[in-house]
Write a protein that binds this ligand. Structure first.
Ligand code: ADP
Ligand code: MG
Length: 576
C-alpha cells in the first residue's frame, strides 16, 4: 500500500508515468492488482483487480455447486454496480479520468469476469480511469480513488443481505433443477404457472408492469419436482409445436420467453422459472448476411442460372437464403430445438399454399419450404421445433401439438386443429439427412484467412457498436443473434474469436464442444488469460454463429488458397 503511495507521489508530469503503477499492493482486507494501465486519459480505462479470501462467516453451502458459485458471483456483480455508484465521485479531469466502473448485468445470471471465485479467493475486476488534466496526471485525485473509494467499494460489495442472496441462489438452483428434468420428461421447454413473460419494451428486458401471469391449460400442464416442492406449468414436448392465435394475443412474447429460457434469470424477472433446452436456437431471416460454403440444397436447389447450392457462398443473402443457411448452420452446431416466429421469417421459406403450387410448377420453384422438411427434421434428426404460425395452416397437419394464445393465455388447440384438417398435400419424396460423419459436402469457413491473420501480430476483434464486431478489417453484424442478452457477451465473443483464430482447424462442432468444456473447468478469465473486467460468458452457439457470418474481405478472395476443413454438414441426399 505504501509502495503505491510512493509511486503516486513520484509520478512525473507525463501520463506515461502511470505505467509505474502496474503491480500488486496489499491493502487491509484485500490485495489490489493493477493489471493494465491505459496509455492516455481518453483511452479505455485501466484494469484493476481486488482480491481476497472469502469472508470466513460465509457458509460453505453457498459454494458447493458450480451453479451456486455462478449465482453467488452474479449476485456480487450486482452489488459491485451499486457499490461503485455509491462510492465513486466520478469524473475528475479529462476523458475517463476519475471513473471506477463495471458493466451493469442484465436479467440473466451469468459467469462474468467482474466477479470470479478461484480456490476460495474472490476477485473483483473493475475499470479505473487514471485521472489527468489534459495529459498531466492528477496524483491527489488518484490517491483519493485508490485509498478511499476502492476500500469502500470492496467492503460494500461484500456486505450482503443474506436473505436476498439465499433467494438468488435458490432461484437459480430451482431453474437448473427444472431444466435438468426436461429430457427425462421429453420436454423441450417449461413455463411455470405464474411466470411473467412480456417485457417493458423492445429495448428493456425488465418485466412489463401489470402483465397477466401465464397459466397452463390442464391438457398441457406438467409438474416437475424441485427442492421447493412440485412446480406446475406449461410443458412443451419434443416434436413440432405450433403457437397460433390472433394478432397481439401474445404469441411472439411466449416464443421470446422460451428462447431466453436457455439461461437462468434473476428473482423478480418473471422468467426465473421459464426454462428451455440449452441447445435451442432462434432462427430468423437475415437479409444481407454473408453465407460461406453452406449446403442449402435441402431448402434451395436448381436455381434458374444453374448455380449449385450444395456449397453456397454469398456476401449478401436474401431472406429465404439467409434463413435456410442459418438452419443448416444451427444443425451443424448440434442444435436440438429450432425456434421460428412468422414475424421474422421469410414467408417463402416457411410454406407455399396449394394455389401457388398449382400455378408455379414445383420444377420451376427452387425453394422447398420448411413445412416439407419438418417431418424429416423431427423423425430423422430428432430435432424439435417451436413455430409461431398464426397465419398459415401449412404446418398444422404435422404438428404434435398446437398451443392457442388468447388474451395472453395458452390453451390446447391440438384436437380442434385435427378436426379441421384436410389430408396432407403430396410433397414429393422425403429427404434423407446425412448423419454426422457421413458428410457429403466438405465445408470451409473463411478461417484459414483468420488464422493466417492472427499468427502475425494477432487478430484484432473489437466491439464496434451494440451488436457489431470489427474483425480485422471487416465488420460483423450480429443483430440477428437474438439470444445475446448483454454487452459483456459481445465483448466475450470478441475475445473468444481472438483466442480461437490461431486454433481453428477441427470441425466447428468439435471445437465448440471442447471450448465449452475448457470454459467449464477453468472459466473465462483463465482460458483467455485476461483480466478484462467486462466479459460475460455465453454458450458457444453464438460464437459458432459469429464465425459463420464472417466473410473474406473481397480483396483477399482468390489470393489465399483455402484449405478444406472437413466440417460435418447435414445434407439432403434426395427428394426436392
Ligand atoms: P402476437 O405475436 O400474438 O401478435 P405479441 O406477443 O407481440 O403478440 O404481444 C402483443 C402485445 O401484448 C405486446 O405489446 C406485449 O408486450 C403484450 N403482452 C404480451 N403478453 C402479455 C401479458 N401476459 N400481459 C400483458 N401484456 C402482454
Ligand atoms: Mg408476433
Amino acid at each position: 500500500m505504501e509502495q503505491l503511495r510512493v509511486r503516486l507521489e513520484h509520478l512525473s508530469r507525463s501520463y506515461g508515468s502511470y505505467r509505474t503503477l502496474k503491480g500488486c499492493y496489499y491493502f487491509p482486507g484485500f490485495e489490489l492488482v493493477v493489471t493494465r494501465v491505459q496509455s492516455d486519459p481518453f483511452a479505455p480505462p485501466s484494469w484493476i483487480r481486488l482480491e481476497s479470501e472469502l469472508p470466513s462467516s460465509w457458509p460453505q453451502r453457498w459454494l458447493v455447486t458450480a451453479d451456486r458459485r455462478r449465482a453467488l458471483c452474479d449476485f456480487l456483480s450486482r452489488q459491485l454496480v451499486q457499490a461503485c455508484a455509491q462510492s465513486v465521485l466520478g469524473n475528475r479531469g479529462s476523458g475517463n479520468s476519475g471513473h471506477i466502473s463495471t458493466v451493469k448485468p442484465g436479467q440473466a445470471v451469468l459467469e462474468r469476469t467482474a466477479v470470479t471465485l478461484a480456490d476460495q479467493r474472490l476477485q473483483l475486476r473493475l475499470w479505473l480511469g487514471l485521472p489527468a488534466r489534459g495529459r498531466v496526471p492528477l496524483p491527489d485525485q488518484a490517491t483519493e480513488m485508490f485509498f478511499e473509494e476502492l476500500p469502500r467499494i470492496f467492503s460494500s460489495t461484500l456486505e450482503v443481505d443474506r436473505a436476498a442472496l439465499e433467494a438468488h441462489l435458490q432461484s437459480v438452483e430451482t431453474a437448473c433443477a427444472l431444466r435438468s428434468q426436461l429430457r427425462a420428461h421429453k420436454l423441450v421447454a417449461f413455463i411455470a404457472d405464474g411466470s411473467i413473460l412480456p417485457r417493458e419494451s423492445g429495448v428493456s428486458d425488465q418485466p412489463l408492469g401489470g402483465a397477466i401471469p401465464c397459466q397452463s391449460p390442464l391438457a398441457l400442464r406438467v409438474s416437475l419436482e424441485t427442492s421447493q416442492g412440485p412446480i406446475t406449468g406449461l410443458g412443451i414436448s419434443e416434436g413440432l409445436t405450433l403457437i397460433v392465435g390472433g394478432g397481439y394475443h401474445g404469441k411472439s412474447t411466449l416464443l421470446r420467453a422460451i428462447q431466453s429460457g436457455v439461461v437462468d434469470h434473476i428473482p423478480g424477472d418473471g422468467r426465473e422459472r421459464v426454462v428451455t433446452r440449452r441447445d435451442a436456437c432462434k432462427v430468423r431471416a437475415e437479409d444481407g448476411r454473408a453465407v460461406y460454403r453452406v449446403d442449402l440444397s435441402a431448402f434451395i436447389d436448381q436455381l434458374p442460372d444453374g448455380t449449385v447450392t450444395t456449397n453456397f457462398t454469398t456476401a449478401n443473402a436474401s431472406g429465404a437464403t439467409s434463413q435456410a443457411a442459418s438452419i443448416q448452420e444451427a444443425l451443424e452446431l448440434g442444435v436440438g430445438l429450432l425456434l421460428f416466429d412468422e414475424d421474422t421469417s421469410a414467408a417463402n421459406l416457411m410454406s407455399r399454399d396449394a394455389v401457388m403450387r398449382a400455378l408455379v410448377p414445383t420444377n420451376c420453384e427452387p425453394i422447398t419450404p420448411l413445412s416439407e422438411r419438418v417431418d424429416s427434421l423431427v423423425s430423422q434428426l430428432g430435432v424439435s421445433l417451436i413455430l409461431v404460425a398464426g397465419s398459415s395452416s401449412a404446418f398444422l397437419p404435422l404438428a404434435n401439438r398446437v398451443i392457442g394464445m388468447q388474451a395472453y393465455q395458452p390453451s390446447d388447440l391440438t384436437q380442434a386443429a385435427r378436426q379441421l384438417l384436410v389430408p396432407l398435400p403430396a410433397h414429393g419424396s422425403v429427404p434423407v439427412w446425412a448423419a454426422p460423419g457421413q458428410a457429403v459436402v466438405q465445408r470451409t469457413l473463411p478461417l484459414d484467412w483468420l488464422s493466417r491473420h492472427s499468427r502475425g501480430e494477432g487478430l484484432q476483434v473489437k466491439v464496434a457498436a451494440p451488436n457489431r464486431l470489427r474483425v480485422g478489417s471487416t465488420e460483423l453484424d450480429l443483430s440477428a443473434l437474438e439470444q445475446l442478452s448483454e454487452s459483456g457477451q459481445l465483448a466475450a465473443l470478441a475475445s473468444l474469436l481472438e483466442w480461437l483464430a490461431p486454433r481453428l482447424g477441427p470441425p466447428l462442432r468439435q471445437l465448440m464442444g471442447e471450448l465449452d468444456q475448457s470454459l467449464d473447468v477453468v472459466g473465462l478469465v483463465n482460458l483467455l488469460a485476461s483480466n478484462h473486467p467486462g466479459l460475460a460468458r455465453r454458450r458457444l452457439l453464438e460464437l459458432g454463429a459469429a464465425l459463420n457470418r464472417l466473410h473474406l474481405p473481397s480483396g483477399l478472395k482468390g489470393r489465399h488458397k483455402i484449405e478444406t476443413d472437413p466440417t460435418v454438414i447435414f445434407h439432403a441426399r434426395s427428394g426436392h
